[in-house]
Design a protein around this ligand. Structure first.
Ligand SMILES: [Zn+2]
Length: 362
């Protein structure tokens, strides 16, 4: 399985699932959902038994990357956000896509867990028998003269060491009067989870000191847009010029006065400010001085100690930022009502109350 040609069924599956015609017709949020769900049974089977060569990982990541950014044929689209940020966990500020490499390694490490916790199964007895595991002090041992799946699985130790992750950081052995037991150090319940190891393998450092919150009542498409605006990675005129795209005049399309960057067009422009002040008045919240998208999200994030109120104001801000600037505030108000009413659990919101004050619907 060291040759790329052995992995062609997996590469073909990726191609088939993320066919190019789909990428042109879908929103960024929908493409994100597809990229996250591309791993079907066959790729997962391969990735759980064999360490994929770097060339294969690179090819699979490239297919996902091209699809997410809407590349089709020879027409290349701008990849606005670096792939290591896209793949980082949501806790670290990414989109939580996860790297294929981290999935591959974590699925293989899961066999270590199965071996240690599945004492009475036949395959455990066979592996322990042929690799002499019962008499070896090293828990991650494979008989080098026996090439095969278990040798591959144990070989993952080397990959983990390259990332400064020791096997003892993942699983640890406890011995007490009842005998020997194993626990996973990455999870609160002590049971190994593939995603817990992936989060450590993928970018573990936060992308920003600030936290980006995902609000489930707001559509994925809009939250993805806000996430990009939060990073300053949306296709404003200034951002396009910086990436070598000719747009002619870089002044704001709305006011025709200031340079069009994400902060100006979404919060700084007089048209955006007017909509924001209407929204804040409707919410009964004093509008703070806001110059940037981050200012607005910081304010909403820290506005109240009441979790429900805080998240509702943040959701309303997402709704405002995610609506095209030319739309009037009443449309934002009614769109938010539909989202909150239909996507919130146990919601019995009433339009009249929502219009008088959104917090009365909590
Ligand atoms: Zn403007």
């Amino acid at each position: 399985m060291n040759l790329i040609k052995h992995w062609s069924p997996v590469i073909d599956k990726f191609h088939a699932k993320l066919s190019k015609w789909k990428s042109k017709t879908l929103s960024f949020g929908s493409r994100l959902t597809l990229v996250q769900s591309v791993l079907g049974n066959l790729p997962t089977y391969f990735l759980s038994l064999f360490v994929a060569p770097q060339g294969v990982i690179g090819k699979l990541e490239s297919i996902r990357r091209q699809f997410l950014w809407g590349n089709s044929g020879d027409k290349k689209k701008i990849h606005w956000v670096a792939w290591d940020i896209v793949t980082a966990s949501k806790e670290a500020g990414g989109l939580g896509v996860g790297m294929i490499k981290s999935l591959n390694i974590s699925l293989m490490v899961k066999w270590w867990w199965r071996l240690r916790t599945g004492a009475s199964t036949i395959w455990v007895a066979v592996i322990k028998g042929i690799h002499n595991l019962n008499s070896k002090p090293d828990d991650y041992y494979a008989n080098n003269r026996l090439p095969g799946t278990w040798k591959n699985i144990v070989g993952v130790c080397k990959e983990l060491r390259k990332k400064n992750i020791a096997s003892e950081d993942i699983l640890c052995k406890r011995t007490n009067s009842a005998g020997e037991s194993w626990t996973c150090r990455l999870t609160s319940d002590g049971i190994f989870a593939v995603n817990a190891l992936r989060k450590i393998w993928d970018r573990s450092l936060p992308i920003s000191e600030r936290k980006f919150e995902w609000i489930r009542e707001i559509t994925v498409k809009v939250v993805c847009f806000i996430w990009r605006a939060w990073l300053g990675k949306i296709p404003t005129k200034l951002a396009l010029v910086k990436r070598g795209v000719s747009v002619g005049d870089i002044k704001c399309s709305l006011c025709d006065e200031w340079e069009e960057d994400s902060d100006h067009v979404l919060v700084g422009c007089e048209y955006a400010t007017e909509v924001l002040s209407w929204i804040f008045k409707w919410c009964g919240v004093m509008m703070p001085p806001i110059r940037t998208v981050v200012d607005l999200l910081d304010f909403a994030n820290n506005w109240s100690n009441n979790q429900s109120k805080r998240r509702l104001l943040l959701g309303i801000c997402y709704g405002v930022l995610g609506t095209p600037p030319a739309k009037c505030a009443n449309i934002i108000q009614s769109t938010l009502f539909l989202w909150m009413k239909n996507r919130k659990e146990n919601s019995n919101m009433v339009w009249h109350n929502w219009c008088s004050n959104p917090f009365s619907c909590l």
